[in-house]
Design a protein around this ligand. Structure first.
Ligand SMILES: [Ca+2]
Length: 512
């Protein structure tokens, strides 16, 4: 059924009033008022913009030393900044599935970047669509690399297989089931499609647009217009990057071993190109993302949707740039699990709203459904934080967040990881590896340098946090780890001139 806008409703009511059925003025007035009440409760338009692998601090307003992001800065300034936002799994497909289903990875079962989403998964776009929304997906889907076919829940579909390519030569987009040759740099082309779709929103239904950028996932290929702009800028090297005894003191062995791997600073993506150069290109690519945000906001404004549309901007996972000798993501340190998350809606959100509560990817579905006046599905693990966006408090908001990552054969250097993060402490425990766990006091040690796992003062806390962590897993019958099919040896190379393997930590050794 079509929703009528206010004008259409008045027009149809006027026709009706012109007949002989309503001759009484009061009755006519009452009818009109109730019609207006119903139309004024029209559902909110929603735009969700997802960026791939965008770090929480690679933004101008975050005080970045050289990167400029005026459009994103403006969105944050005029909206809400969820300063403590995390993903429950720092990996593209599992996190995207958590966003769509509101579920932890152990429940939605998309455990790596290869698997399709289960056919019976319930996603929030499906619920929006079945509740009268016109829905569009434009961009990177990435659950099931072999298929770019339209997925359930969307009236309009523009996507590509797997990771896709930044440059258009020889590439196609799947537009509603038809392959169409690509024309432009990916970020710009996807934005073109999104703006065009917004321009055509005149069918009176509320709309939901999911713009899912490929940017800024590696390999890092900036738009020609931005290539080289930051080439000479100095890389902000993190203090935990150097291969020093201090940086690896009391650290797990896998961490040092990963240093010289696909996801380490000594052999980044199996190249010898310094990560500083890759980082500069990564930043240049963010310029296209910022332009995309500016064009979406402009498109909303030009079509009269700027006041009532809820725009949510988010990263699908974080990204290391040298912290602990790592690049990329997967493990549970802050730069990997923390993401940018902002919301903008002049009708709902006061400019300059800052939210301190811990929110996560599993909360996106419930929140956007709530903004549409729809109840979250019972399968969803997350909770709506819409009241926080509106400046209201939520009693009994979560005290801790579970984090999980399952070992992948294609990147064998990161172990299966479970973590429990409170606003002060983070317990990280590993599974299936002979190694040590970690505990950090995030207030005293935000860079996670001082592992407290063997500190006698913290043993009670560790016991409590372990119990809480396992309680969540047991509740969901998640004590069984699903895994994908092994197809090859994976990216298991090391460089001869890179770091040596780690030694067992001294406390493990005994003399007799
Ligand atoms: Ca990603």
């Amino acid at each position: 059924m079509r929703f009528l806008n206010r004008r259409a409703f008045i027009e149809s009511a006027g026709l009706f009033l012109g007949s002989s059925f309503l001759s009484d003025n009061a009755a006519a007035k009452s009818f009109l008022n109730s019609a207006l009440d119903r139309t004024s409760a029209a559902k909110r338009n929603i735009v969700f913009i997802l960026i791939d692998d965008l770090r929480y601090d690679c933004l101008g307003f975050m005080g970045h030393p050289f990167l400029k992001t005026p459009n994103i800065d403006k969105l944050v300034k005029n909206g809400a900044n969820c300063r403590n936002s995390f993903v429950t799994t720092s990996l593209c497909s599992p996190s995207r599935a958590s966003i769509l289903t509101g579920q932890y990875m152990h429940n939605h079962k998309v455990v790596d970047n290869n698997d399709m989403m289960p056919a019976d998964a319930v996603t929030f776009p499906q619920l929006l669509r079945s509740n009268g929304y016109r829905t569009a997906f434009i961009g990177k889907w990435h659950m099931g690399s072999s298929s770019d076919q339209p997925r359930a829940g969307f009236d309009h579909w523009v996507s590509f297989r797997g990771q896709g390519q930044y440059l258009p030569e020889g590439q196609t987009l799947n537009i509603n089931g038809t392959r169409v040759p690509r024309k432009k740099y990916m970020t710009e082309e996807l934005t073109d499609h999104a703006v065009k779709w917004l321009e055509n929103r005149n069918d009176k239904k509320p709309f939901f647009l999911y713009l899912s950028h490929k940017a800024i996932h590696g390999p890092y290929v900036p738009d020609k217009r931005h290539e080289g702009m930051y080439a000479e800028e100095e890389f902000p090297e993190p203090q935990t990057m150097a291969n020093t005894e201090d940086n690896y003191k009391n650290k797990p062995m896998w961490l040092k071993n990963q240093r010289n791997s696909w996801h380490g600073v000594d052999y980044p993506y199996h190249t010898r190109e310094p990560i500083s150069k890759q980082y500069n290109r990564y930043c240049e690519m963010i310029l296209s993302v910022d332009q995309s945000v500016g064009r979406i906001m402009q498109g909303l404004k030009e079509n009269g949707f700027d006041k009532n549309t809820l725009v949510v901007f988010m990263g699908d996972n974080g990204h290391y740039w040298g912290e602990h000798g790592l690049i990329d993501k997967r493990s549970a340190y802050e730069e990997s699990m923390r993401v940018p998350l902002f919301a903008h809606c002049p009708e709902l959100i006061r400019p300059g709203t800052v939210i301190e509560e811990v929110v996560a990817n599993i909360d996106i579905g419930p929140t956007l459904l709530s903004a549409a006046g729809i109840k979250a599905h019972q399968q969803m693990d997350g909770t709506s934080f819409l009241p926080l966006l509106k400046g209201e408090k939520i009693s009994n908001w979560r005290d801790f967040l579970l984090y999980e990552y399952y070992w992948e054969y294609n990147f064998p250097h990161t172990p299966t990881t479970f973590a429990l993060r409170t606003d002060r402490y983070k317990l990280i425990q590993y599974h299936g590896i002979w190694d040590i766990d970690e505990l950090y006091d995030l207030k005293a040690d935000p860079n996670e340098k001082n592992n407290l796992i063997n500190n006698p003062d913290y043993q009670e806390l560790i016991k409590t946090m372990r119990a809480q962590l396992h309680e969540i897993l047991k509740r969901d019958n998640a004590n069984v780890i699903p895994f994908g099919e092994k197809k090859d040896h994976g990216a298991n190379l090391r460089h001869r001139q890179g770091a040596d393997p780690a030694e067992f930590p001294p406390f493990i050794f005994r003399e007799n």
